[in-house]
Design a protein around this ligand. Structure first.
Ligand code: CA
Length: 223
């Protein structure tokens, strides 16, 4: 488990998209739709990080953080906002936020920012993903099979990262498409099949093969 997240967002479609994507990326996720629910959930659920929409129906995100801090809750906070004014930034950071993610965001960006904050606030978490003698260093982007360094394109790297985060679990082509390509990409799952074959040529050039096809479903990486 990569950490416990609380997603606070009143817009159901954004909230559900964030929750599903972050769960899929390996986080334990709970959610709240209002500032009051957020306060309750942050106090009782002890999340490692809160993704907090600034514009909420009852009270704004800054007020939520002010209340949390005044009751001694020090959880890291990343604000989600469509507003991008300098004043908001200063206000938010002054009252204890750890940064801003401006809407519209990409899921890749959200996952990268969440991971970066958790790495800082939960030291000692592994930054290397491995499967057999294959390793992927999240920070330096170096991929190795044994001692051999494997050169990957950015898309191949994201695809391998996605498989390794879910090592031992079968991923459907649609799940992979959602995670690796941006959610507004309107291609079909054929692109997943193509990139799996590119990746196999590089990663599975030596035995044992690590990337497995699960007929009728999708793919899985395992030793
Ligand atoms: Ca909102």
């Amino acid at each position: 488990m990569r950490g416990r997240l609380l997603v606070v967002e009143d817009e159901p479609s954004i909230r559900e998209l964030l929750c599903a994507s972050l769960r899929f990326a390996g986080f334990a996720v709970s959610s709240a739709a209002t500032g009051s629910e957020a306060l309750e959930a942050a106090r009782s659920g002890a999340p490692d990080l809160v993704l907090l929409d600034v514009m909420l129906p009852d009270r704004d995100g800054f007020e939520v953080v002010r209340r949390l801090r005044s009751s001694g809750v020090r959880v890291p906070v990343l604000y989600l906002t469509a507003r991008d004014g300098a004043d908001d930034r200063v206000t938010g950071l002054t009252i204890g936020g750890d940064g801003y993610i401006t809407k519209p965001f990409s899921l890749e960006e959200v996952i990268a920012r969440v991971t970066a904050v958790l790495r800082r606030t939960r030291p000692g978490e592994s930054e290397q993903l491995t499967c057999g003698d294959l390793s992927l260093d999240v920070e330096s982007h170096v991929v190795r099979r044994g001692a051999r360094v494997i050169e990957l394109s950015p898309t191949e790297f994201r695809l391998l990262h996605c498989l390794l985060r879910n090592s031992g679990r079968v991923l459907s082509k649609a799940q992979i498409l959602d995670q690796v390509w941006s959610h507004d990409f309107d291609g079909d799952v054929g692109v997943v099949e193509s990139y799996i074959s590119y990746l196999r040529r590089k990663v599975d050039a030596s035995e044992p093969r690590l990337i497995h096809t699960v007929r009728g479903i999708g793919y899985m990486i395992r030793p």
